[in-house]
Design a protein around this ligand. Structure first.
Ligand code: UT7
Length: 335
């Protein structure tokens, strides 16, 4: 068995900053409400006049990650792309990146696990590397939420939370024992699929039917979230899956050097921080600047923390996420 290590990181965010005050001009909300309930101060939303899409942002983040890895794009032998907002209904984003980066005809896999997407993608990459099937995998999380949000008072519960952005990691084979991805832990509970979802269009109710219904009350093609229920489950599952990861490696919470939680809500991250008694410098949050970027949030936060020198050689880094599905998971890394 080989080991897998992250050897390159990159992220890209659209230039367009949307503040809470900007939102209060288009819906009944306030900066105070948003900051108090979520911690978000501003987010990036793609300016439709630019060429940014889920895939083009992914390409920009990937170029940085490949460059930093010291590899050439020809050295990458597989792509894993996590997103809930692909450019097209099908095909997914992986093949778009393969094309836009002008890569050889390598395989491209799409992961549909929403907020846990990057965790699932890292786990898949780790297995392919450990078994020797691939040497260098490009793992991406990218989202364009802004195009699909209901930007009015009716949609305010969700719209104020979400932001756009992309991140990428190069996961590579390593002979360095004891370093790299130590383990990953994945879970799901599909009975709660409808508590956080985008229902339509779906194969039981296609676009022609939605158009024929012509129902101005219909919100089924906007995301829906049972916020308080999701919140309660999130704090429990985050804690469980972090403990599971630590125990699998005979580690304690005191061993954590850096926790990167999915940026769902600052209040959730703060709850976890208190529960694990972690000082501020051992938890990285950036939801204040970017909102919740779903599959991109963990990789953007990981990259920022690394860029700021907050992750050093031999550090124990814990990635954890929870979200729609429900799905949740953790990845334990010895840097
Ligand atoms: O990333 C995937 C995982 N996602 C999460 O983990 C998110 C978990 N949930 C949450 O973060 C929180 O539930 C939210 C931030 C989404 C909502 O906060 P909340 O404290 O649960 O608020 P609420 O939905 O219970 O709404 C409270 C009140 C309601 O008014 P009434 O019924 O009490 O009069 C809402 O209509 O706040 C109202 N409200 C707003 N007011 C101003 C909802 N959204 C807004 C808004 N601005 N944007």
């Amino acid at each position: 068995m080989y080991n897998s290590r992250i050897i390159g990181l990159g992220y890209y965010l659209p230039d367009n900053i949307v503040t809470n005050n900007d939102l209060s001009k288009i819906m009944d909300t306030t900066d105070e409400w948003i900051q108090e309930r979520t911690g978000v101060k501003e987010r990036r939303w793609i300016d439709p006049k630019t060429d940014d899409t889920t895939s083009t942002m992914a390409v920009k983040a990937s170029k940085i990650a490949i460059n930093r890895s010291g590899l050439k794009k020809e050295d990458i032998d597989f792509i894993i792309f996590a997103t809930l907002s692909p450019d097209m209904y099908f095909p997914g984003g992986g093949v778009r990146v393969q094309d836009m980066l002008d890569m050889p005809t390598i395989g491209a896999l799409d992961v549909r696990n929403q907020c846990s997407g990057f965790i699932y993608a890292m786990s898949v990459a780790d297995q392919f590397i450990k078994t020797g099937m691939y040497k260098n995998i490009l793992v991406i999380g990218s989202e364009n939420h802004s195009g699909g949000l209901e930007k009015s008072t009716r949609g305010r519960g969700l719209t104020v939370i979400f932001g756009d952005g992309a991140g990428a990691a190069i996961v590579s084979r390593s002979e360095d024992k004891g370093k790299g991805i130590l383990s990953s832990h994945l879970h799901s509970e599909g009975k709660y699929a409808r508590e956080l979802m985008l229902d339509a269009p779906n194969t039981g109710r296609w676009v022609p039917e939605i158009l024929a219904e012509n129902d101005s009350e219909d919100q089924s093609y906007y995301p829906y979230m049972n916020g308080q229920f999701v919140f309660k489950n999130a704090v429990i599952r985050f804690s469980e899956v972090i403990i599971e990861g630590l125990e699998a490696n005979n580690l304690n919470k005191e061993d954590i050097d850096m926790l990167i939680p999915h940026q769902a809500n600052l209040r959730i991250a703060q709850f976890i921080q208190r529960k694990f008694k972690l000082p501020d410098d051992k938890v990285y949050n950036n939801i204040m600047k970017y909102g919740n970027t779903t599959a991109a949030s963990v990789i953007i936060a990981l990259t920022e923390a690394w860029e700021q020198g907050k992750i050093k050689d031999n550090d124990l880094v814990v990635l954890a996420a929870f979200g729609s599905g429900f799905t949740w998971g953790s990845v334990i890394i010895r840097w």
